[in-house]
Design a protein around this ligand. Structure first.
Ligand code: ADP
Ligand code: ADP
Ligand code: MG
Length: 542
């Protein structure tokens, strides 16, 4: 077996991958006989943002419990009681020595944003204001509330606000604390790109303000790239062992991660490389029209949200990316196209078979995953289906579970598989990256793209993850308007003009990494940022 898989290789053992040499040493911590073991620890640095990049189940939270003093590393010897003196001995002379001494002296105060914000209402009874006032140690609440646009829900009960609101409240609650060490376990779930940028800026400002160490786990690579000063990549086998690399520059860390090969470690972590088209925009060569649609309007009752979609055409075998802020009508449009809602004006009666994955997935039958998928996929169980769908979406380990027991990320992968397994004219995916870790995102993106190419399928994808959109989309549909009030969708347009529309509204510019061609957010106000804005080239330049 290789370093990634213990039993059955999910990658078809194209090559035998080397086992990390770290495994010859004692781990920093092991939970028990044959239980998960963690090798290496990330290093918090005062005044810096340290990023952690890697899949879930690889030991990131375990590491943080140690850095916050909650868990004493047992150095692999779980039979005896762990003690900090032995830990200090082990890390003497390393960059962690000083930090561990402070942990032992009880000198490190920690603020922590949990990964699963939807658990917060179960732990807190009360409204947003009450929650935030309890955490406001820095007297920063007013400004955080304003910049994260929390004002409208201040007097609402915590158990009545949406995921995106909860995420912003959790960020505000954490950043309002006065701590030496902040740990943020994912900052982007449920947020649109503008909100993701705001969260990143607030974290950066807090790091700049003093000797605070910020540590961020993040699966949106564009945001992680912008935010982190240094990066630890974590790899191994989720649930079995995890290795934390020494810090890398953020640029190199992400490039190596996408390449699937860690240079310093001399370690292959994935057989395939994720590549971006160097000289995007991809030209759309296929010009056959699959269907045309007229101007459409839809509103939810008197004075509530209203949507206007400009009429246009969707081409055969194209992937159409759909972007815009939250609450602007993207999912409403998806429901109109899928026939789940009727437009007020405009006729969408286009006799196409549509496979639709909604944003909020309802697959709650008491049924096993394999039974559910075999009822949809004609070629379920074939080696083709296994290679194209089951493996990249990591379905094999969960085939025997019940749909009702799945986690958010597992449901997402099953729902994407179910959608792609249908025989349809049009595949409509609403936020496929939600709840997926970074590795699942790149694999799901590859699966969707390959499926579209191999089947000449037409796909529409709504998503906030710019890497996913960049890797998938041939053309772009852009939403603008005023969230929760009215939304407007443009015709499908070329990537260049679509990105200019979209990013112009957000005042964000991207450049391309010279080596890999991947998009990178320009630092606001940097020379490139100003130049590109002057030229009106927000996404592609040169
Ligand atoms: P991540 O934060 O990267 O998702 P975690 O640190 O939460 O990963 O968990 C890594 C592994 O350790 C998982 O397989 C998890 O099941 C296991 N684990 C976590 N806490 C315990 C514990 N208290 N006892 C035994 N195993 C645990
Ligand atoms: P997006 O997918 O862009 O986030 P949605 O289409 O889900 O946006 O929602 C757009 C707006 O319409 C939001 O303000 C939302 O609260 C509102 N909305 C969505 N569904 C309904 C409904 N069934 N009744 C009333 N308002 C709704
Ligand atoms: Mg939506």
């Amino acid at each position: 077996t290789c370093g990634i898989c213990v039993e059955k290789c999910p990658f078809d053992a194209i090559e035998i991958i080397n086992l990390p040499s770290e495994l010859e040493n004692d781990p920093v911590h092991r939970y028990g006989d044959n239980a998960f073991g963690l090798y290496g620890l990330p290093v918090p640095e005062p005044g810096k943002v340290t990023g952690i990049l890697g899949p879930n189940g690889i030991g990131k939270s375990t590491a943080v419990k140690m850095l916050s003093g909650e868990l004493i590393p047992n150095l692999g010897n779980h039979a005896e009681e762990a003690n900090w003196d032995a830990v200090l001995e082990r890390f003497k002379g390393t960059e962690l020595q000083n930090y561990i001494e402070r942990v032992i002296d009880g000198e490190v105060s920690v603020a922590r944003k949990p990964q699963y914000v939807d658990q917060i209402p179960k732990q807190f009874d009360g409204n947003t204001r009450e929650l935030l006032e309890r955490t406001d140690e820095r007297d920063a609440l007013d400004s955080l509330v304003e910049r994260l646009s929390i004002g409208p829900v201040m007097d609402q009960d915590i158990d009545s606000i949406s995921g995106g609101e909860l995420q912003r409240v959790a960020l505000a609650a954490t950043l309002a604390r006065d701590a030496d060490f902040y740990f943020l376990d994912e900052i982007t779930p449920y947020l649109d790109i503008g909100q993701r940028m705001t969260a990143a800026r607030l974290i950066r400002e807090l790091a700049d303000e003093g000797d605070r160490s910020m540590m961020v786990v993040e699966h949106d690579l564009a945001i992680l790239d912008l935010l982190a000063d240094t990066l630890h990549v974590t790899y191994g086998e989720p649930g079995a062992y995890g290795v934390v690399t020494d810090p890398k520059s953020t640029r190199n860390g992400i490039n190596e991660y996408l390449k699937g090969y860690l240079d310093n470690e001399n370690m292959r972590i994935r057989p395939n490389t994720i590549t971006f088209d160097e000289h995007a925009p991809r030209e759309i060569t296929r010009s056959q029209v699959l269907f045309e649609y007229p101007d459409i309007t839809k509103s939810y009752g008197e004075g509530e949200f209203s949507l206007a979609v400009d009429g246009g055409a969707v081409h055969e075998s194209e992937v159409l990316g759909i972007v815009g802020p939250n609450g602007i009508g993207k999912s409403t449009m998806a429901k109109l196209f899928a026939g789940q809602l009727d437009p007020d004006e405009g006729d969408l009666d286009f006799r196409l078979d549509i496979a639709y994955k909604p944003q909020y997935i309802e697959i709650d039958q008491p049924m096993r995953v394999d039974a559910f998928l075999s009822s949809i996929a004609d070629d379920f169980g074939s080696s083709y289906w296994d290679t194209e769908i089951a493996r990249p979406l990591q379905l094999n380990p969960i085939m025997e579970q019940n749909l009702t027991d799945l986690s958010g990320g597992e449901r997402q992968r099953v729902a994407i598989a179910a959608c792609l397994s249908e025989d349809a004219d049009l595949y409509l995916l609403d936020e496929p990256s939600a709840h997926l870790d970074v590795e699942q995102r790149v694999q799901a993106t590859t699966a969707i793209r390959r499926y579209a190419e191999n089947h000449d399928a037409t796909v529409m994808v709504i998503d906030h993850d710019i890497y996913m959109i960049d890797l998938l989309a041939d053309r772009l549909m852009v939403f603008d308007g005023e969230p929760a009030v009215h939304g407007h969708a443009t015709q499908p347009q070329q990537m260049r003009s679509g990105m200019n529309d979209f990013l112009g509204d957000l005042d964000i510019t991207f450049r391309r990494d010279e080596r890999t061609g991947r998009p990178r957010i320009n630092k606001p106000g940097s020379q490139l940022d100003r130049e590109q804005k002057r030229e009106g080239e927000y996404y592609y330049s040169g």
